[in-house]
Design a protein around this ligand. Structure first.
Ligand SMILES: [Zn+2]
Length: 149
């Protein structure tokens, strides 16, 4: 039974790469990650602008509201920074492993298996070169200290 308002399931990483091709996927991920970076910088400036004159405000209520809004903007800045780093680490980690060992082509791959179990710290995918059919394994992690960047 499907609900009319239900969202279709998100495409897995393998589906995204196989649908658009690795290079388009990588370009999209870099654009998306730097979009989050831009949002973070923008909200940081807004937070700093709101903090200006908080303690010199004549009405304490206005100062309190500005302080709360400023912290909300700083929270968005932190969230955007984490999203930026997560997307960038995954995209760069995978991009360093998509050179075929046999024919040395970059990015001409199709993912033939993706390990979707969430209990592993490292995610594994098996990919195949579109030119020479060589098969190898990719690994990436969402843990920043273990990232293969
Ligand atoms: Zn190849």
């Amino acid at each position: 039974m499907t609900f009319p308002m239900s969202q279709p399931p998100k495409a897995t990483l393998a589906e995204q790469i196989n649908t658009t091709g690795f290079r388009r996927w990588h370009e999209y991920e870099l654009t998306r990650s730097f979009g989050y970076l831009g949002l973070g910088v923008l909200t940081l400036f807004v937070a700093l602008a709101m903090l200006e004159g908080v303690f010199a405000a004549p009405v304490r209520l206005e100062g309190g509201i500005r302080l709360i809004l400023s912290f909300a903007c700083l929270w968005v800045t932190g969230w955007a920074w984490l999203r930026f780093m997560k997307i960038l680490v995954v995209a760069e980690s995978i991009s360093r492993q998509v050179v075929c060992d046999q024919c040395k082509r970059y990015g001409l791959i199709r993912i033939i298996y993706e390990d979707l179990k969430q209990e592993h710290r490292e995610h594994h995918m098996v990919c195949q070169c579109k030119k020479c059919d060589y098969i190898w394994q990719l690994a990436y992690t969402l843990q920043l200290p273990n990232a293969r960047v």
